[in-house]
Design a protein around this ligand. Sequence first.
Ligand code: FAD
Length: 478
Amino acid sequence: DAVVHWFKMDLRTYDNRALSMASRKAAEAGVPLICVYLVSPEDFTAHLRAPVRVDFMMRTLAVLKKDLAALDVPLHVETVGKRKDIPQRMLALMASHLFANMEYEVDELRREAKMHGMSMEVLHDSCIVPPGLLASGSGKQYSVYSPWFRAWVAYLHSHMDLLLDVFDPPTKNPASVRKGKHSTIFDSEIPDVPKNKALSTEEKKRFHALWPAGEHEAIDRLNKFVEERISRYSERRNFPGDACTSSISVHLAAGTLSARTAVRAARDKNKGKNLDAGAEGIKTWISEVAWRDFYKHVLVHWPYICMNKPFKPEYSNIEWSYDMEHFQAWKDGRTGFPIVDAAMRQCKATGWMHNRCRMIVASFLCKDLLIDWRLGERYFMETLIDGDFASNNGGWGFSASCGVDPQPYFRIFNPLLQSEKFDPQGEYIRKWIPELKGVQGAAIHDPYGRTGGLSKSAAGKEGAYPQRILVAVQEKRQ
Ligand code: FAD
């Protein structure tokens, strides 16, 4: 007597494939559409969801509930104690037909496999080109980005509906739903953030100001970026002090924005309509959004990467360091390498880090400190508001040289040269490291090493910027 849409990482009404189909099915059958979101504290723990991310999702649910209520569609949000009970609970809640968008991680696929017997449709939505459609000439899944990207573009150019078809928001339920057996859902409260992921009052204040929740905010952010910054993207995207990237990763991760909508907005702004031509900034940005699809395709084809294994099995037996003092210094932004420390402090303070810096700190952790990349991968998931398994695992595999399409193992970022190149004036460093505010000129990149910087005798003092935790980092590196 109702069609159910099960929200997961697709917390929006606009351009949401399964939600749109559910609405259509409900209208055809003359039954109401009901929406459900199940909060699983166990899943949050198992999947290392950052508190800032959980908080963002709960705030988004409140926006979503209001938007859906305007269409007389109730959103039922419920906490389920044991994750293994989710399929059962879904079954109990479900009426005649269930719709959901697919999540590709192994646990999620297993959960859905347990729901056999239900009348259920699980649809591809999160990638622009669904996984499984692109293969090399010999029929294999690509493990290198460039040929994959060419295939991605060619596929879309011949199947533009995948990009251009917009899935309409749900239509209005009959107003009588407000009086029927689902009526109490309209008044139900969104549960509090589970205790294991609660933020402090100070954190709430800081993160809420930085990351307003919900799909309207996502669209605003996207439109602003496309209007104001995308044209500079290819030249400036690597400079963390510039804030020139879109910062929509939070929305793509929570599903408050679809990747289709993002690429459509960029394409509409382009001179031609091809995805790999036209304005430099636009085509570069589209190719970056495509990385997200790439890593999800990789996850679907090689699911063992979900199990703490490197993509390249030959790198399984590396003897990594587990020096917890070094690891803690890295997490705290106290390694004595300013660009690394600025980035790690940005991460902790905002729940987000610039892509260039993600590469620098990842390289530093696994190629200078020689610490197991999986510790870094884990810390990112526990801290980032945009933590996404496939992109995060891909980024760490790239940096540690054991992932798909990685940097060669002998390519190691020199934090000093990276700093000089991508934060030449040291603005980014000064923003995040107050101890270095007064350091002028090039000394900002190496404050204890060059003239004009800090005196070494100051290093041990309370509140002073730390000395390098590693003495030698080869100067010759790029
Ligand atoms: P923009 O430059 O504006 O790019 C637009 C969108 O394209 C991004 O929002 C993102 O969805 C996608 N994108 C861009 N670059 C990449 C990339 N290299 N890989 C995958 N997708 C990309 N991204 C996440 O969304 N979640 C993560 O957990 C994550 N962890 C990372 C870990 C490491 C070690 C590295 C090197 C990269 C990681 N990335 C991750 C990719 C990238 O750093 C972020 O997507 C990007 O910084 C987000 O900022 P933005 O939205 O301003 O990006």
